[in-house]
Write a protein that binds this ligand. Sequence first.
Ligand code: ATP
Ligand code: MG
Length: 711
Amino acid sequence: MMVAMAPTAHDKLLGDLDEEQRDAVLAPRGPVCVLAGAGTGKTRTITRRIAHLVTAGHVAPGQVLAVTFTQRAAGEMRARLRGLGGDDAEASTASVQAMTFHAAARRQLSYFWPRVVGSTDWQLLDSKFAIVAQAANRTGLPTGTENVRDLAGEIEWAKASLISPETYPAAVAEAGRDIPFDAEKIGQAYVGYESLKARRDGMALLDFDDLLLHTAAAIENDAAVAQEFRDRYRCFVVDEYQDVTPLQQRVLDAWLGDRDDLTVVGDANQTIYSFTGASPRYLLDFSRRFPDAAVIRLERDYRSTPQVVSLANRVIAAARGRMAGSRLHLVGQRPPGPAPQFKEYPDEVAEAAAAAAGIKKLIESGTPAAEIAVLYRINAQSEVYEEALTEAGIPFQVRGGEGFFTRQEVRQALLALQRTAERVPPDAQPPAGAELSELVRATLEPLGLTAEAPLGTRARDRWEALVALAELVDDEVAQRPQLDLRTLLGELRQRADSRHPPVVQGVTLASLHAAKGLEWDAVFLVGLADGTLPISHALSHGADSEPVEEERRLFYVGITRARVHLTLSWALARNPGGRQGRRPSRFLNGIAPQSQREDGPSRPRKARGPAPRCRVCNAALTSSAAIMLRRCESCPSDIDEQLLSDLKEWRSQRCKEMKVPAYVVFTDNTLIAIAESLPADDAALVAIPGIGARKLEQFGADVLALVKSRQ
Ligand code: ATP
Ligand code: MG
């Protein structure tokens, strides 16, 4: 006969686990590796394992060190542990140390430093920017903010990968890494940075990576320190182990010594931080290193409906390479839900409006806004979604980044536009239409809006935000050909101001990278166009390259964030009316149904002007580079260089006489267009974008004479 009993602590820890999860929790002390897919309960399993070891008295709570990679993940682990503890203070899981590698190293170093180093003090370098900038300067590398950040990123990658300055160039070549500058120069700047840091009298400056390095060295080189440390911590646990870097692994090895009380959990198919030096090889090689490790594989997916799980399985089934070898076929455990939806839109504005409409419906039918996320590949994609949600009155927060209009480069851009607007003489006809688009681009150019994407992650990030802003302007201009700069600025400001202040309970907007480990009831995966996911710089390594595989894993991470509702969408053009030159992501081949074209919810659109067209082949222009060049990038340029320089010379005289800035006469791009198209008469002149009746009257005769003089 069954007797009802109060749940014991044992039941509480194990009652809601499946058999394999329980095996992992109950495995004896020693090496344990949980190798499993998304949503299978890895994080749940390790917190239970810690709680079990503590409550069963196998280890004292203070002897457990649980490490992970982000503050958020560490906080999540602490919260879950607090909820699991027994009432007995001796066995309280609340005193288990759960923190990031860096926090753990910092704490240990503070304690051991005086003994290992003696009297020299150390200070944590919260930001390495100034010193990297100095090193860049000495090496002759550019010192713009993003250039310095990109250089800092390379130094961080090298240190995390345990690569010295001397071996940096060879290591980069071997890794096939995209780097922002010449490898030798970066190596030199890296040396310079290290010596600048060391040469502060009486005080050692340590960056975050030095914390790890010195911690490992203190334990490796000093037997007494090692002994004391190892008496203190006896049991180690690592979540998201596929993200460990060689440097972090070295620290972990120092912690362990020759012991093997280590539990790791991870999913090689969610490796999405390779560019920072993270490597899944330690996870995949775990049982080779610890031949008697308990290796547990979890296949049941508790997070998502079978519909979402089936899509995730199909996407990752196409993966190649070593990590793919570790994948398991996930089996969805939740009750069935709606099929994932695939939607194609003519442009991003329509795509975002449809997402906002879908979100509104979900909220109306009871899904809390905080349980909904919009996930995209790069941060600059957030702008259209911020706007669409604002327009729909839906609160949101931008995770792991700022809202579009609070980004530094966007604020700088608005200020620069403001200054440009102030320099337009009050009596001058303000530029409008294509001329305005061009003026905006000319103003943003010195801020980094180059024709080609720059090298370097940070520089590219900035460039993408500026491109997004320029494209936003093109859209406004196309809708209202009469719009002038002052009005445009007023509207951009209004747009920025109308954005809701961030709310914790709102819809989450996040990049795929920032979404790892998290889950929502409804997920909108947006911008799934080839060139965005996979991103173009990954594609430049070749269709079968490892960078493209990492993009596929990002897609897999995105899909597996959804519990129930999943919508996948892409747009064929950026701007309404633009050339529909984009194609759906290659990862959707054979996965998305054939016809899914949506025109988006009907949205009252203002009367629109024609989209800019190529002056060589007359195709509609969509990319910002093409609009700037006024022709497709692939169309030939047949510029008369001498004429262009004559025109510039003439312009500088005219603007001096008129006491106006150069662009009030003609922008560079207009001069280029003249030097390319060699207009012979008034009609040909006004056909050039940027030349209207007024300019024809003022400057037409001069320009035609100059053109004629070259023939
Ligand atoms: P990721 O790879 O994305 O980090 P994960 O493997 O760490 O995922 P968890 O976050 O631990 O997965 O679990 C996913 C979801 O499934 C959570 O909501 C968790 O509470 C739930 N879950 C895990 N195991 C079980 C179980 N045995 N029964 C019911 N729900 C479970
Ligand atoms: Mg997890």
